[in-house]
Design a protein around this ligand. Structure first.
Ligand SMILES: *[C@@H]1O[C@H](CO)[C@@H](O)[C@H](O)[C@H]1NC(C)=O
Ligand SMILES: *[C@@H]1O[C@H](CO)[C@@H](O)[C@H](O)[C@H]1NC(C)=O
Length: 370
């Protein structure tokens, strides 16, 4: 559980770190909420999680039970009831960790109140522990910690999709705006350029269905340079890069590089690397949905073997890429354009803002560059 919970958590932090919006760029409206409720707070709660899990694992009996527990028992929080049996020494240590965490949260609130020169701010609820009981670490605390970690993972995916949608809306808006600044022949030329870029981007070899036989076989042959016939067991071990018996998100995403290369070439003006990164995440989501049966955020050996035995594994339904679908509706685009147009200052602010965003996006792509 330690490894799993920590991994789930690390993934969450990684994703949040990468897609966090450029909150600090706007000097006129510093965003205290983001500074004190956001990432900084996140990292601290991460430390709390790590300390709790390490301490629990220092109890050999609890550790043994954890190893035997099913994923469902962990996810549902059932494992938390085993807390009753851990040694007195461990319990005392857990209580201390919790009290330290509560002190930290209290201090955070005070800093925030001072900063806002305002004593009426409400206490935000930190759901990773039980506030009702400020003295000891109980079953309820462990349940909350597990639930919060799991929930954050799902939330990270939702958030990522939302930010991608925003990115695409902005991109389309910018295009329209450029067109609107031109007319006559110039406009026709620009329109033509856009169209050619789009067509060029859409022209690529067909993609295989992620996580299905054809796709994996291509990796096996062309990336792993294996001569013999596809062997699921060998394949699993080859791509379990840290040899921990599980495929995590990063290991699974690395399987899609060949597919993504068909559609996105770095340096090609018609291929957007931000879209490539999103495409990769969507492939990962699709494979986990199908293969990660216990929904713990990892693909273990048995889950993978079960996948290779399904009839559907042999089928290749292809992949509908982002070039074949828009992440927003026409109404959403209309609304976006309308909102930005009628803002009295935005006409001037927008180009400045886009420059800042452009910079952020470059950083984002660099973080994802494979
Ligand atoms: C004080 O806090 C309230 C609620 O959080 C907020 O609506 C209000 O704008 C704040 N006032 C000042 C002066 O910061
Ligand atoms: C471009 O011009 C059209 C027609 O005047 C208008 O409907 C549209 O909202 C404009 N788009 C942008 C992004 O300015």
């Amino acid at each position: 559980m330690r490894r799993k919970l920590l991994k789930i958590f690390l993934t969450t932090v990684f994703i949040y770190g990468c897609v966090a919006p450029p909150v600090t760029k706007n000097k006129e409206q510093p965003n205290e909420e983001a500074d004190f409720g956001g990432l900084e707070n996140y990292m601290e709660y991460h430390r709390y999680l790590r300390e709790i899990v390490n301490t629990l694992e220092s109890d050999p009996e609890f550790k043994r039970k954890l190893e035997k527990a099913s994923e469902d028992d962990i996810r549902s929080g059932k494992i938390a009831y085993e807390l009753e049996f851990v040694s007195h020494h461990v319990r005392t240590r857990l209580d201390e960790i919790k009290r330290t965490e509560l002190d930290r949260l209290r201090e955070l609130m005070e800093r925030k109140a001072n900063l806002m020169e305002n004593n009426s701010i409400e206490d935000p609820t930190h759901h990773h522990l039980d506030h009702e009981n400020p003295h000891t670490f109980e079953i309820e605390d462990l349940k909350k910690l597990i639930a919060k970690t799991t929930e954050d993972l799902a939330e990270a995916d939702r958030k990522r999709r939302e930010e991608f949608k925003h990115y695409e809306l902005q991109k389309e808006y910018e295009k329209q705006q450029k067109l609107n600044e031109t007319n006559g022949d110039e406009r026709a030329k620009l329109e033509n350029e856009y169209k050619e870029m789009e067509e060029k981007h859409k022209k690529h070899e067909k993609l295989h269905e992620p996580g299905h036989k054809q796709q994996l076989e291509e990796v096996w042959e062309e990336q792993d340079h294996m001569q013999q016939e596809f062997n699921p067991k060998t394949f699993f071990m080859l791509h379990d890069l840290d040899s921990n018996g599980l495929w995590d998100e990063t290991e699974v995403k690395a399987l899609f590089i060949k597919e993504l290369d068909k559609m996105y070439q770095s340096g090609a003006p018609e291929d957007d690397m931000r879209e490539r990164a999103e495409e990769m995440e969507r492939m990962r989501e699709s494979v986990f949905k199908e293969v990660d049966l216990n929904k713990d955020g990892f693909i273990d050996y048995n889950e993978f073997m079960a996948q290779t035995k399904r009839n559907d594994f042999q089928q290749d339904h292809g992949w509908q890429g982002l070039d074949e679908q828009k992440p927003y509706t026409d109404e959403e685009l209309e609304e976006y354009v309308r909102q930005h147009q009628y803002h009295p200052f935005f006409g001037y602010a927008i180009s400045n803002y886009l420059e800042v965003m452009g910079f952020e996006i470059e950083c984002f792509c660099a973080a994802y560059a494979f």
